[in-house]
Ligand binder design. Structure first.
Ligand code: MLT
Ligand code: ZN
Length: 470
């Protein structure tokens, strides 16, 4: 059927069921919703901005009836193209559903709508001394629905794990319009399959998340931010070994290369306060016990570390302002390299104790290929989640860059497989990594994926073509 005809039919079918301000139909208004942070974009047939779960249900029911594919979307900060429009699908954007209920301090949970912004949830819960532990560089924009649909990770996975650990209830709407409550916020429910865990990480391919009950923890009582320069990846690993035995709990253990720091310093005009630079940097955030004794133990540990040859220089942030400054070096990397030039991101994953060997080999591979591109290395060292960012050199045009990246990928993914790793540690598969899923998943797993997809969405209308093709 002709697209315009479908559009008319859909609008007719929804007449009287949705307030007019929840529908965008002019191309200029719609195109804003066609893409995400990958810069891939497409033209949506229509965009819906529902305010209630019932409206979501009506939209999905009508789309199913007329057989119009739907792309669920939120803050659109994704890095794999999971929310990108590819062939004039309808966009169902949940950003207007952003309510946050009062915190249940007894149960340590909070109920939020899918469009609640991650940072708003943090601020809301902090008033009760509680925390939803998923902390991302995109926290000011990304939304809870997307955090859960992509099983977001971020900078504190080493301490708290991924998003999937921090949810005890979901309200979802399936493509046929059914509104289903999953698990009702129960801490314990041992009655069969865990459908919440199936939804988390499904990238909007099974159902639309409309609300979530999030599990909370106490805010860390005493956080310290430390920053070190180190000469090599091996030095980071030795340092990590010592930190694991340190008198504190590690909240974040992030690394980045000198190239990344230079990009942040040059593009964003931020400055490292370390006296001596080096090939690599580590930002470590820790939680310290209360009392003078804990401080003393930390000082002793720090002094012993600074004497070791694997640390070039180090500092501990002395105020909340300084903590922010140090974090802004790490959090500015994505933005500054995007300002440098076109970027391809590889959020690889290997066992923590294989990180150094894997990254060393991947770096060697990159150098041996003489691409017209540069490699920026950073990521979550403590989770075995190094991010390889390939950035176009000015001397290459877009086409050459894409070809270079394709050549690199063809060698990188087998390397990831060789090291028993995964094609995506946290950004998800979306469109960008779709051809490489089989390097991380067996054929048996993929056929189960397809069977599950068919059970939820037999006509294949929800976020079609993402993660895998049917
Ligand atoms: C990060 O670690 O900063 C995020 O995964 C975003 C990125 O890789 O650019
Ligand atoms: Zn990351």
């Amino acid at each position: 059927m002709d697209l315009n005809l479908k559009k008319e039919q859909l609008l007719k079918s929804l007449q009287g069921k949705l307030p007019s301000e929840t529908i965008l139909s002019h191309q200029e208004d719609c195109s804003h919703y066609g893409g995400d942070w990958t810069r891939m974009t497409g033209d949506p047939l229509l965009v819906f901005l529902p305010k209630t779960t019932e409206q979501v249900s009506e939209i999905l029911k009508s789309c199913q009836k007329i057989k119009i594919p739907v792309i669920p979307s939120g803050g659109r900060t994704g890095l794999s193209g999971g929310a990108v429009v590819t062939s004039n699908e309808v966009v169902l954007n949940l950003s207007k559903m952003n309510q946050i209920s009062p915190v249940d301090t007894l149960g340590r949970t909070v109920r939020v709508q899918a469009g609640a912004v991650n940072e708003d949830v943090h601020e809301h819960c902090a008033k009760e001394g509680l925390l939803w532990p998923i902390d991302l560089a995109s926290k000011g924009t990304c939304e809870i629905g997307g955090n859960l649909a992509t099983n977001a990770g971020g900078v504190r996975v080493i301490r708290y794990g991924m998003a999937r650990k921090w949810v005890s209830g979901l309200q979802i709407v399936t493509m046929n319009g059914d509104i289903i409550e999953l698990n009702r916020g129960l801490e314990k429910n041992n009655t069969g399959y865990d459908l919440i865990q199936l939804m988390v990480g499904s990238e909007g391919t099974l159902a639309v998340i409309t609300e979530a009950t999030l599990k909370l923890v106490r805010l860390p009582q005493k956080e310290k931010v430390l920053f070190f320069s180190l000469p090599s990846l091996q030095a980071i690993s030795s340092f990590f070994e010592s930190a694991r035995k340190g008198p504190f709990e590690i909240l974040a253990f992030e690394f980045f290369s000198q190239k990344c720091l230079s990009a942040v310093e040059n593009k964003l005009k931020r400055k490292s306060k370390l006296q001596k630079g080096a090939q690599f940097y580590v930002l470590m955030e820790i939680e310290l016990g209360i009392g003078v004794e804990a401080e003393q133990k930390l000082d002793d540990w720090l002094n012993s570390i600074l004497e070791k040859e694997f640390v070039q220089d180090g500092l501990m942030a002395q105020s909340s302002e300084e903590k922010k400054e140090v974090w802004s070096l790490r959090e500015g990397i994505t933005e500054s390299i995007a300002l440098t030039n076109e970027v391809r991101k590889y959020d690889t994953s290997v066992a923590v104790n294989k990180t150094v060997e894997f990254v060393t080999e991947a770096e060697k591979l990159f150098q041996s290929m003489n691409l017209l591109a540069e490699l920026y290395l950073f990521g979550h060292f403590g989770d075995g989640s190094p991010h390889l960012n390939v950035v176009r050199k000015d001397s290459a045009d877009h086409k050459t860059f894409v070809q270079d990246c394709e050549r690199f990928e063809a060698e990188l993914y087998p390397l990831i497989k060789k090291w028993g790793g995964s094609a995506s540690s946290e950004h998800g598969v979306g469109l960008l990594k779709k051809s490489w899923v089989e390097f991380s998943r067996t054929p048996q797993e993929l056929s189960l994926f397809k069977a599950i997809k068919s059970a939820f969405d037999p006509q294949g209308l929800l976020n079609p073509g993402k993660i895998f093709s049917m």
